[in-house]
Design a protein around this ligand. Structure first.
Ligand SMILES: [Zn+2]
Length: 178
């Protein structure tokens, strides 16, 4: 996951990547000059982290720390509204994200197919999950979601969650779906 951690209430913001942003916050706090706050986390890999570092290059102070510019703060606020608010209503989305993030492309194998996992639950080693990731997601958000929370039963909610979770899977490589 990509995280945004701020030093103090208006201090610099670190844009970093960790599979456990809360743990990372605790470690960083040991050597921080002010209280650290985890502003937001978004699903994403090293690529997403690099893209954000480039996007906010002008605000860069040093290393992964950035000036809290209005543009950066606005972006973080938008993340707080969408993915994070969905997860507050439906915490099992985070479990599904963790499942997707734990799936790695074993480069020793000739091919990897994210869509085989997503649509059919067929893993790279040929084992088959009880349910596809898509099926799991449709139980939580979207029109067919098994919930009384109407804000989750929208295509918009499904789209946000789909982007988050599908993007956490490694990209297709040498597979037949391409
Ligand atoms: Zn594929």
């Amino acid at each position: 996951m990509v995280y945004f951690i701020q030093c103090g209430n208006d201090g610099p913001i670190k844009i970093g990547k960790s599979i456990d942003p809360v743990r990372r916050l605790q470690i960083l706090a040991l050597s921080a000059p002010s209280k650290l706050r985890l502003l937001a986390t978004i699903p994403g890999s090293r690529d997403e982290e690099s893209r954000l570092h480039r996007q906010f290059a002008e605000d860069r102070l040093y290393g992964e720390w950035f000036h809290p510019s209005p543009a950066l703060l606005a972006l973080i606020a938008s993340f707080q509204d969408s993915w994070n608010s969905l997860c507050r209503f439906e915490p099992r989305l985070l479990d599904l994200l963790k499942t997707a993030e734990a799936i790695k492309d074993d480069r020793a194998k000739p091919a990897f197919c994210a869509n085989a996992i997503w649509y059919h639950g067929i893993m790279q080693d040929g084992t088959v999950l009880p349910h596809s990731l898509k099926w799991e997601l449709t139980q939580l958000v979207g029109w067919e979601a098994n919930t009384n929370l109407l804000n989750l039963r929208t295509s918009g909610a499904y789209g946000i969650a789909y982007n988050a979770i599908y993007d956490a899977l490694p990209a297709c490589r040498n597979c037949s779906c391409l």
